[in-house]
Write a protein of this length. Structure first.
Length: 300
């Protein structure tokens, strides 16, 4: 059985691939910790944590759509009402932005009156609501949480005792929420009830199991395509061990990997028809302002 497992792992690695450098396009060559992107109304919206901005790329140029000092943005998401939400990791709020880029009153606590800790990433559902993670303070502390913002603006805590909660994504049928625990190098999953509560927490994938005897995997953002394949970004802790985007199927089997000419690629968004990925990447991973790039990468 051990031999069969090793052969299966080797075969999976053979099937992996990296995007050819000649096919990769640089969308922004001076991004400062680009993160949490979304393709929306034929434009790419993404945050730059190092600049405190939401930036928008219209296919020709990058412009600042919104800026707030002290926010520390890590993701942006349009809502069904035409506004935008932004996770403000540094000031522990969920920022709200009007369709024309004006700052609206933020969400700063849940329905129990408790503040958030390190809001990080978003996952919308089919009911017009949004799940988001609060990463906590990191390290060994098991202090992270997940929340749900309803269409009525209520913010309810739906999971606690998480370890450095990071990216999250809904299954295509809306029945499962997948969530990254970065410090534990794994993705867990929950059953989603009709009232948006979560239950039956379990492990979906341990990233280090996919790459035995290789440098530690630090998962970050996750997305799911129309076929149900999960894309997993990485934030490596060393320049000696560059990351990659890992693609797995519904059974957590490794399908392929994608790489860009930068060591860290924490998050990404699908472009039109999922033919390209817009990859947020870092070249400088150890100090501000975390210089990096935004890439357009052929997908499949």
């Amino acid at each position: 059985m051990i031999k069969r497992h090793l052969l299966g792992t080797m075969l999976a690695l053979v099937l992996t691939s990296a995007a050819h450098a000649a096919d990769i396009k640089v969308v922004n060559d001076d991004a400062w910790f680009a993160e949490g992107p979304i393709w929306y109304q034929d434009k790419l919206f993404y945050v730059e944590y190092g600049r405190g901005t939401v930036t928008v790329w219209d296919g020709k140029k990058n412009d600042i759509f919104w800026k707030m000092d002290g926010c520390g943005p890590s993701a942006v998401l349009p809502t069904t009402t035409g506004e935008f939400l932004v996770t403000c990791y540094d000031n522990n709020t969920i920022g709200r932005i009007s369709a024309d880029g004006k700052t609206l009153p933020a969400y700063d606590k849940d329905t129990d009156g408790k503040p958030f800790s390190g809001p990080n990433d978003f996952a919308p559902d089919k009911d017009g609501g949004v799940y988001f993670t609060g990463s906590g303070k990191g390290g060994p502390l098991i202090d992270a949480s997940a929340y749900y913002i309803g269409k009525d603006g209520s913010v309810k805590k739906v999971a606690g005792d998480l370890h450095n909660a990071n990216g999250l994504v809904m299954s295509n049928d809306g029945k499962i929420l997948y969530l990254v625990e970065t410090e534990d190098n794994r993705i867990i999953e929950f059953d989603v009830s009709s009232d948006h509560t979560l239950s039956n927490r379990r492990v979906f994938l341990r990233l280090d199991d996919l790459f035995p005897n290789q440098p530690h995997i630090w998962p970050d953002g996750i997305k799911m395509d129309k076929e149900g394949e999960m894309y997993i970004g990485q934030s490596p802790r060393s320049l000696d061990s560059p990351g990659k985007i890992i693609v797995v199927d519904k059974d957590a089997k490794l399908l392929r990997t994608l790489s860009v000419p930068s060591p860290s690629m924490p998050n990404f968004a699908f472009g039109p028809d999922e033919k390209v990925l817009y990859v947020m990447a870092l070249d400088q991973i150890d100090a501000a302002p975390w210089h990096g790039k935004v890439y357009e990468v052929p997908n499949k």
